[in-house]
Design a protein around this ligand. Structure first.
Ligand code: G
Ligand code: G
Ligand code: MN
Ligand code: NA
Length: 262
């Protein structure tokens, strides 16, 4: 595969870049953070989304150095962001969310490399949230959870991404060192019409109740309309992300968004 063989040189040549999508508090509309989403500016094919190359990078192992680069670059951005606005938004610390592949999770250097990156940048661990998919943690044994636990103890937030699409036992949540559930976009889609799909309403209501009783915050993805945002707010979801607020964009845009903090 042509893209696969081009991946290592792409990293060396700096062809990857990151877009940031804001995370907004549903209660007051303030920006609380942003998710880092990697893209590849391919010399022939133009901008490629992560779905085109992350699976290839996972397959070849390049995801480890690529993921390290994403982490380093996002933390550098978090530092710039905090320098500009202070460590705190009106309501809490500004955070950068970074996606972690299962391969990175089982890579033995993860904890130390993360610590080093944060220290080199002079950024506190509470500026970072690592997103791990629910499916990556299904049936995870203690060896896989140990690095996440250590990061969580340091103050790094761990979010369970694409929540509700896997088949994890809900009781299993207690075992995981996560503090945030990111509800999969499919639930948000059920809120498109008004009134929303009654089954989706019940499911989201149940997830939010369970999450809050376990001290987990709920983030919703894929919010495209004000009606969806309002339904999800009423259901008790905490934070939202989606085109309604902003598409993923360059870091400069993030600076401007943070300025409109409530
Ligand atoms: O941005 P969308 O932009 O198309 O992202 C699609 C998927 O790619 C998301 O599910 C996201 O989790 C994943 N993704 C984006 N950036 C990264 C990254 O830096 N590392 C990993 N492992 N996945 C990423
Ligand atoms: O990590 P993950 O799957 O959750 O990454 C988020 C993905 O969702 C990215 O591909 C991003 O571009 C996409 N996305 C973000 N906001 C919206 C939205 O409002 N609607 C849709 N359909 N996709 C979105
Ligand atoms: Mn994600
Ligand atoms: Na997701």
């Amino acid at each position: 595969h042509g893209l696969t063989t081009a991946l290592p040189t792409a990293l060396e040549r700096g062809e990857f870049f990151i877009e940031y999508q804001p995370l907004v508090h549903l209660g007051d509309g303030s920006v609380r953070g942003a998710e880092a989403l990697v893209r590849w500016l391919h010399p022939q094919h133009g901008v490629l989304g992560p779905d085109r190359f992350i699976p290839l990078a996972e397959h070849t192992g390049l995801i480890v150095p690529l993921g390290r680069w994403v982490l380093e670059e996002s933390i550098r951005q978090a530092r710039a962001w905090r320098e500009r606005h202070g460590d705190q938004s009106a309501a809490g610390p500004l955070r950068i969310n970074v996606n972690l592949s299962p391969c990175q999770l089982s890579h033995p250097g993860l904890v130390q490399e993360t610590v080093d990156i944060l220290e080199r940048a002079g950024v506190a661990p509470d500026a970072l949230c690592l997103e791990v998919t629910e499916s990556a943690l299904i049936g995870a044994d203690d060896d896989l959870l140990k690095p996440l636990r250590r990061l969580a103890e340091m103050g790094v937030d761990i979010a369970l991404d694409d929540f509700g699409t896997g088949y994890s036992n809900l009781a299993n949540l207690r075992r995981l060192p996560v503090s945030i559930l990111k509800l999969d976009r499919s639930f948000t889609q059920g809120m498109q019409q008004f009134p929303a799909d009654p089954v989706d309403l019940k499911i989201v209501e149940g997830i939010v109740t369970l999450a809050h009783s376990l001290d987990l915050a709920v983030t919703v993805e894929g919010v495209e309309t004000g009606a969806q945002a309002e339904q999800l707010r009423i259901l008790g979801c905490d934070t939202a992300q989606g085109w309604y607020y902003a598409r993923p964009g360059p870091p400069e845009r993030l600076h401007d968004l943070a300025l409109v903090d409530a």
